[in-house]
Design a protein around this ligand. Sequence first.
Ligand code: FMN
Length: 213
Amino acid sequence: MKEIAPGFLDVVRARRSIREFLPDPVPEEAIAQLLEAASLAPSSCNRQPWRFVLVRDRAVLERMGAAVKKRFDELRAAIPAGELTEEMEMFRVFFSFFETAPLVVVACYREMPDLLARIVARAAGPAVSTTEKIHPELQSLSLAVMSLVLAATNLGLATSVTTGPLIAKDELKEIVGLSRHWEIATVAPVGFARGAPGERPKRKDLGQIVSFL
Ligand SMILES: Cc1cc2nc3c(=O)[nH]c(=O)nc-3n(C[C@H](O)[C@H](O)[C@H](O)COP(=O)(O)O)c2cc1C
């Protein structure tokens, strides 16, 4: 078997979710490489059902942050006093820190017609069902985001992948100008880390997550 390229696992090991960024902008050449990495990801039927909105405009980021915080406050207000409020509060910063990064990648996907379902429906009629929806578009986008994140790590950039901000999904879609065909899967801040990350959250033992047949 071909040896894994030297350094690749070091990049995988170095990647961490970083939540505090310096204000320094992400260089243009780095952005170009991140986007190349994302666009080279595999996708179902090579349909590349993704779109990346790169937000650097501070005013736009502040609007996005404000929308998430407003929605958070609405959800928090819906919780009866005393019940789980502390647990809820713990999430606050995790949902809105993205707005402090110099660059935020809003990673979007678009659901597309299932090719196999179409063929079967045409040939056998709608009574014959095909496979259940397995979200190939979302899977494709997730791989592209991982490529982008690893490329960023390799370039010395810090990232996070966050879905918390999607509590305000509709508002965010409007702010970044997405049509109704597109869904946001991830809001990914990118920048230079302010300080080193804490200890890596423990991973499950391989024995818990792997089986060989
Ligand atoms: C799909 C997904 C959604 C996530 N959403 C958030 C989020 O909303 N806020 C946050 O601070 N971290 C978020 N994370 C980061 C995880 O908390 C983090 O990956 C995990 O704790 C492991 O830490 P590590 O990435 O530093 O190894 C998310 C990660 C994934 C994969």
